[in-house]
Design a protein around this ligand. Sequence first.
Ligand code: PLP
Length: 448
Amino acid sequence: MLQVASEIDCQIDPRPKSTLTAHSPEECADDVLVGGSNSAFALPVKICLERGSGSRVWDESEREYVDFLLGSGPMILGHAHPRVCEAIARQLSKGSVFHTLNRPAVELAGRLVEIPGCVEMVRFASTGTEATLHSVRLARAYTGRDKVLVFAGSYHGSHDLSIIGHRGAARAESGGVPRSAIEDTVVARFNDVSSIEASFAVHGSSLAAVLVEPQQRSLDPLPEFLPRLARLCRSAGVVLIFDEVLTGFRLAFGGAQEYYGVEPDVVCYGKIVGGGFPLSAIGGRREIMRLADPTQASAPNFVHVSGTLSGNPVSAVAGLATLAELEEPGVYERLHRLGERLRSGLAGQLNAHDVGGSVIGSGPIAAVEFSDPDGARSGLVLREAVNRDLILQGVLVQLQTRFYISLVHTETEIDFAVDAFGAALEGAIQRPSAASTLNSHAAPTRFL
Ligand SMILES: Cc1ncc(COP(=O)(O)O)c(C=O)c1O
């Protein structure tokens, strides 16, 4: 029961609450970071990274890993890329946050507008979460409608709407999400044309937006799916938003718009566009984007899209330097070749070890889906055991999501990861209890 104000002791307790000097950071984290983690997605082995260079990262004990986590995707050029570091150093000495117009932000917006597709105007934010949140708000103001259609199993960040349907049902996958958010969300099935047609038949006239990952998680769309979705949106006056936080500048320079050849009304960029610094972008058709124009703040459907760090020059120069590298000839051919090598290697290992599952993804993305034939979460248990073993062998990856590949990964590193995956499968099959015993670190790794 809530205490009434007069009973509450509001004095500050002067005793020290914790000390960070007594333990390793990994141990200390349990006391001061919720769940000992920075994220809702914990790795199966707790590691505290100290530095990264190219495709490698090192933890505090000098263990070396080939990094397929890549900071959850932004580091497509690898860590501490010289061109990015140089650009940031130059900008840092001139100041980092102004909250005003600055040349790098204007230039970066210009680069986004140049990409063939729907982006005519841009507003920056700092995270993918903010980008998808603001894009939906713009769509609601533009259409005067409230409902948003998302897809079962999608992910759009941490705000209320984006975690509805994340695990497949029209319900929140987190505490603290109000019922009203669930009531305004329609959940359809990705890659299922009959599902979107049925949803539009019932809700089409009350939908403000469809928010879709054009490649959902790592699953490619069927050829007819996105074009049909775009046509349904157009005929019902619904704003089609591509969440390209993951796919932007990864599948192709022009992201999923270019790769799948379908044009939405609004695109959300994150991860790569900030070159490893906090920056995301919402871009779209002028008539939608102009609703966020602050000179029109007294207009009835003015949309508030703002943030202290939005479009800061350090993130913008990191983004510009990253995009410049990605525009070099042959970049996407290489990324796709490496991705293909990894996917076929991983699939070969599943086959060789007779483990049920599949490897999905395209471009520099590979995700392993373990099957769960008995419905007893055996696939999940296997995935965790294999993931743990991979990390202990020096392959940093989060199998719950995917392998991210950078431009500086080598064929040898890809083959190393494939071999390690095979060894991890072997170990997990031969020692089913390995899941509980693999969590102790051995001596520092050195390899390749
Ligand atoms: C498709 C997609 N949208 C949105 C987000 C959220 O981005 P952020 O973590 O920067 O808020 C993510 C993050 O992984 C993502 O993959």
